[in-house]
Design a protein. Structure first.
Length: 261
């Protein structure tokens, strides 16, 4: 397992596969690189995909110190440095989309195209999930809480037709303190002021039926980032990229290969 060394010395595990132009894949909160397992091959025909285990997850170090989405972005830069990648396209979903915002805004020379999926600008400008969603995820019964999360990620029809595996429900190996650190980092994200600084071609993608990270966040991002393009996937929930891969994958690839760069 290759590792990059972060600025504070933490080891960040990463994965690389495929050939072609580099594509950095950033998954959701409290998840490791397995977030992308079901769909990664869809991008490897045209790209060298790069993923990482966020600090606190997978094979990366798990220091019990404050985490932030900007800090995760800095860890991603360490991975690109270790691979000798000067510039990559970045596809971030959920919390990974928050990390990707910082990458494009703070490290503009390292990002040449940006896809932000099922994410938000964070903090006071975001449209927050409703209290019913929060209560469903906070149930003391872990089986009921897991089912609630599944139903926020996927449509009833999809869940009725598959028994998994589901790669978007969190890293089961994470220590409790790291989960809390991830939650805090995502909740404290606020990139509103730097979004207008993003100067790379940007695609914002969201499922219309996403209640976990409400779809109303998508136009906020698209309007705040100069010349960003917005695509909504009808009927999709939070894990649109997985359940609706036949729509979402080609949509992202078409954007990445368009002659706008």
């Amino acid at each position: 397992m290759p590792y990059a060394k972060a600025t504070d010395g933490a080891r960040i595990a990463y994965q690389s596969a495929g050939a072609g132009s580099p594509l950095l894949l950033l998954g959701g909160q409290a998840n490791n690189h397995h977030w992308w397992d079901a769909i990664r091959a869809d991008f490897e025909t045209a790209h060298r995909t790069v993923s990482l285990d966020y600090r606190g997850t997978g094979d990366s170090d798990k220091p019990d110190i404050p985490y932030s989405t900007l800090g995760f972005a800095e860890d991603a830069i360490a991975v690109l440095d270790d691979l000798g990648i000067e510039s990559a396209a970045v596809y971030g979903t959920s919390m990974g989309g928050r990390v990707a915002q910082w990458l494009a805004a703070r490290f503009p020379d390292r990002v040449h195209a940006l896809v932000l999926g099922c994410t938000s600008p964070g903090s006071r400008h975001a449209v927050e999930r409703g209290p019913q969603v929060r209560e469903s995820l906070a149930q003391p019964d872990p089986t009921a809480a897991r089912q609630a999360l599944l139903e926020l990620m996927y449509t009833p029809a999809y869940l009725a037709g598959t028994s998994g595996p589901f790669n978007t429900l969190g890293d089961p190996t994470m220590p409790a303190y790291a989960k809390r650190r991830h939650l805090y980092a995502s909740n404290k994200h606020d990139a509103w002021d730097v979004l207008p600084d993003i100067a790379v071609p940007t695609l914002v993608v969201h499922g219309t039926d996403d209640r976990f990270n409400p779809a109303a966040n998508a136009p906020l991002l698209a309007e705040r980032i100069p010349d960003a393009r917005l695509e909504l996937i009808p009927g999709a929930r939070h894990a649109y990229f997985d359940e609706f891969r036949d729509t979402a994958g080609p949509l992202v690839l078409k954007f990445l290969h368009a002659p706008h760069r």
